[in-house]
Write a protein of this length. Structure first.
Length: 315
């Protein structure tokens, strides 16, 4: 199979028919063998009924329905698990991503040898203050932190080799950082393509200020995981040693001063250096213990299901 199109969605009943027909037209005109995998992330409208009808009319339509809203990352994870295409395309269901981009994205993976190609919505139709400026700031911070030189990390339109989606773990809210996860997994040949961004035709955007804040928190998380996820002791142990040495240094100074330089002076407990020494040694010990606990948790954690599937179609 040439292409798997993975589409996470939440309450997009108005756009699904048009999106399906558009994708099918592109696939047929380019003679691609394909599958379309819709992941209904707990929609409360008639999205699932629309998808059920599409799956009856078109056997290449497959679908997963979550028991409730688990988030876009979990939806992509489920779609990646079921995808069978040599190239996997992800896109949003709101018609702001154009299926006409699929052939060129496919060629960049197959012919140009990229592991992953990310779309870049250079010209946007979103509100400048509500989304454009926060997005630019977010992308700048992501580039500086991750070392992945992309202009639009959050673009839903991306193409992947199948080996990439089968070997990365998308969880939490990490769908924004799939290129970083890919790089960390060894798939570093990452490209970018300017894509058309269309004005939203139906419904309302799911973007809110909480997503902007969460994006930066997730950026800190993925930086930490990238650097220390497999060796937490390297960070916490180093901090613990530094803090403990600082405390030990103050303790030695106080001891030498009291015993040899100023034996009739103030009590050690009356001096501020005593509390600095005590605090830093305690904090250093806690950092060290945190490193040990992190290593133990890392080695004992079992893989758990992050979502519950309510229904499937053609899978």
């Amino acid at each position: 199979m040439n292409i798997s199109v993975v589409i996470p969605l939440l309450n997009e009943q108005e756009s699904l028919n048009e999106l399906h027909d558009w994708i099918v037209q592109v696939m047929q005109s380019n003679h691609f063998s394909y599958e379309i995998i819709f992941i209904d992330d707990g929609s409360t409208d008639n999205s699932w009924q629309v998808i059920k009808r599409l799956s009856i009319e078109n056997p290449y339509v497959k679908a997963i329905r979550f028991l409730k809203n688990f988030g876009k990352s979990q939806a992509l994870h489920a779609g990646f698990e079921k995808s069978q295409g040599d190239v996997v395309i992800t896109m949003d269901a709101d018609l702001q991503d154009s299926p006409d981009e699929i052939p060129e994205l496919y060629n960049m993976i197959v012919n140009d040898g990229y592991d992953l190609v990310s779309g870049w919505k250079k010209k946007r139709f979103d509100s400048i203050l509500a989304k454009n400026l926060p997005s630019k700031l977010f992308n700048w911070a992501a580039r500086k932190t991750s070392g992945v030189k992309l202009n639009d990390f959050n673009c839903g339109l991306k193409a992947y080799k199948q080996t990439v989606v089968k070997n990365i773990d998308v969880n939490g809210e990490m769908h924004r950082y799939i290129p970083v996860l890919s790089k960390n997994a060894g798939f570093a040949n990452i490209g970018e393509k300017i894509v058309i961004h269309q004005a939203r035709k139906y419904g309302e955007t799911k973007f809110g200020m909480n997503r902007f804040i969460n994006g930066f928190l997730d950026l800190i998380t993925i930086w930490f995981i990238s650097r220390f996820g497999k060796q937490p002791m390297h960070l916490f142990g180093a901090l613990g040693v530094i803090m403990f040495i600082i405390g030990l240094g103050f303790s030695m100074y106080l001891g030498i001063d009291k015993l040899f330089l100023n034996p009739t002076g103030r009590l050690i407990t009356d001096r501020p250096q005593f509390y600095i020494a005590l605090s830093t040694m305690i904090i250093g010990t806690q950092f060290f213990v945190a490193g040990f606990l992190g290593e133990i948790v890392l080695r004992s954690t079992q893989d758990k299901k992050r979502y519950l599937i309510k229904d499937k179609l053609n899978l």
